[in-house]
Design a protein around this ligand. Sequence first.
Ligand code: AMP
Length: 729
Amino acid sequence: MLQRLVRVRAIAVAISSSSPKISSPYSIPPTFTRTLTFTLSRLSSTMASTDDSLRKSLADKHAAVEAQGNTVRALKAAGAPKPEIDAAIEALNALKLEKASIERSLLGGSETREAFRQAVVNTLERRLFYIPSFKIYRGVAGLFDYGPPGCAVKSNVLSFWRQHFVLEENMLEVDCPCVTPEIVLKASGHVDKFTDLMMKDEKTGTCYRADHLLKDFCNEKLQRDPTLSSYKIAELKHVLATLDDLSAEELGAKIRDYGIVAPETKNALSDPYPFNLMFQTSIGPSGLSPGFMRPETAQGIFVNFKDLYYYNGNKLPFAAAQIGQAFRNEISPRQGLLRVREFTLAEIEHFVDPQDKSHPKYAEVADLEFLMFPREQQMSGQSAKRILLRDAVSKGIVNNETLGYFIGRVYLFLTRLGIDSGRLRFRQHLANEMAHYAADCWDAEIECSYGWIECVGIADRSAYDLRAHSDKSGVPLVAHEKFSEPKEVEKLVITPVKKELGLAFKGNQRMVVEALEAMPEKEALDMKAALESKGEVEFQVCTLEKNVTIKKTMVTIQKEIKKEHQRVFTPSVIEPSFGIGRIIYCLFEHTFYTRPSKAGDEQLNVFSFPSLVAPIKCTVFPLVQNQKYEEVAKLISKSLTAAGISHKIDTTGTSIGKRYARTDELGVPFAITVDSTSSVTIRERDSKDQVRVDVEKAATVVKEVTEGHRTWEDVWLNFPHHSSTSADD
Ligand code: AMP
């Protein structure tokens, strides 16, 4: 979706202190008892009052440190006895420690959040879920590789996406090139407007995102400066809340007012200026045909609308979908997988008649209830609250049924993947965030250690994109509604006088005729008025990339009563756009927990992935190194392969407890341990419960339970339980 404000807001809102937050403990899956080392919960209202009282304590402590510092200096100057000076220094140090502790609390648990994040990221990188790209050459900011388990998780997420959306809705999937000619992105507006404001260190040339500099400054001040007056606090909070509305000049003025300099060097900064985020290239060897790496996949669908509509039997509504790489040359990528320079997008463009935005399957999701954060609640400083989707649509909070339908489907998609519903909310765009043409926009935001992150944008973009490409290409991207009986309608009829146009424009006549015929009504009426008053008018013909002069004799424009057999219109488009990397990262955080080893001497990491996304569904371990057990393990492995269940055999002599711990860290949900030649045990990752199953049945049971045909509770009820001390190691 083209809209810089929207893009920037994704993370700006998430961490802006003005954005009310809801509490959301990093929860424990309900059925299992476990020790969760990191619990992170925050409640915005209590936080605000706690913040105020902490800020006051910090101011008091700051004053006490200053006073004690003066005492120490005075004692030294007066040549006081050493024990007296030492005692005063000790008191000073104690005060400094207390001050530091208040500063830490004021950071609002950010240290806990960072420690949690570090634990997750260390595990992810150590187990090769993802790796900084080109690491041996010190890497490149904003580029990451997925390693084997990461690839498997991503591929599972994408195949579930295809099943949940493409298959369920009979969507038309396409796969378009990443390299895109300039004209396409000129029409969509990306060439002119897909920018972030950048500032440069005047001496070293290091680049910064202007809004990030201002945001970091405000947050830092709010968190660390004990001397701030309540007036200043309100001002800084206001700046954070309105950051996205500031023009380049206003942003520059604020940054100058606050004396913000380059963070590392303290050098002066340039004025902010727009930086286009697209990677530019040229197509072919001549260098004459400019192109860009696509910043989103949507344009590939829009330009194919005409053919897709035909393929769909000229019927609306229908949706097209595309999964592919998108490229954005982010100015200063940070926050790991959340803001990168190349990422996978999965986008849906659902084309619908603007006069009928009902959805035949809306009833299937209408009774879902989840956290929604409508515009009104945001403006009045309230928190997100649980709302029944049906109510949100019927009260007009959500603009239409189709948009509501997709919000509901996105909720189901994310929660089935394993996203915690308590840390998922749908936030409506504020009026200033939305493009002027958009009817309504909602972001699915997921809370993680970085705050609330926009992971899916769901927008009703009206007819903007198809119109933009119709205008630029001269190809009408429209739909037709056939009437059962002809209707009499008053119509503006544009009739180009081909003979006159031929004489004036020769070989270009066809392009001028098409452009005249494609004029929107308002433009045609303006032309008619201008021709009547002045006799001629300048007219832009996009396909010729120039203006031509149209004279009164070259076209007639008049209203006529006509019999119409069909209505021709530009469809509206409802666009759910999924940032796959962001969803996966949030999923990593939501499923990660630690539990103590049996000996209690270390913390073991676990990813509690649902089977649907787990990179490997099952491991097979011979309990001890023994040829008979290994043969049984190979037999089971063969059956698992035949059943299409991804698995891994581990025949190393490592203790079974260590082998379990290794696979828990990869989020493998089930482990088959071969401890006899007739039956084996199956262990469930989170409960660590084990059942005993005949060798021949083991693969089938694992298949049933990983594919969701059977629950673990059902398996637990129907098979003998196995308890072993080693299993719990
Ligand atoms: P947008 O077209 O800006 O609305 O972006 C669509 C989706 O792409 C967002 O909801 C994000 O999930 C994701 N996204 C946008 N920018 C980035 C980025 N730099 N890195 C990773 N994901 C991104």
